[in-house]
Design a protein around this ligand. Sequence first.
Ligand code: NI
Length: 158
Amino acid sequence: MAVLSIRTLPDPVLRQKAKRVTRIDASIHKLIDDMIDTMRAAPGVGLAAPQIGVSLRVAVIEIPGEDVITLINPEVIKRQGERVLEEACLSVPGYQGEIKRSVTVRVKAQDRQGREFRIKGEELFAQALEHETDHLNGTLYIDHIESPDKLRELPRQL
Ligand code: NI
């Protein structure tokens, strides 16, 4: 297990459509473990494989106080409602923006044993599900920003 460096814009890997995982072997398990370590060290509530330079459809999400969730080949199968919220991304450091996300999101994915499961998210978890599956399609939250004044530079943190 290792904490890896997080790719930031304009790294082209962030803009690629990641490939489906066809075989869940030891290398995928190591990737997942490294992603969890890297997400926790950041710290962040989610991380997608392209953010550590691996263009595969794998993401991890850990909402504070809840179990970590591993998503292999995730697909959003249903979105409901709309809400405006503040979002940021480890790959776009120093910024925060206002965008619209769904209220409820349903995702189909495989777990680390390759078993298919479906999960429903609300609130922060729904936001993370959309944000991380977006990453696997080369989409960043800044692409959802409707006007430049909705993106703000954050004060530098020491
Ligand atoms: Ni992100």
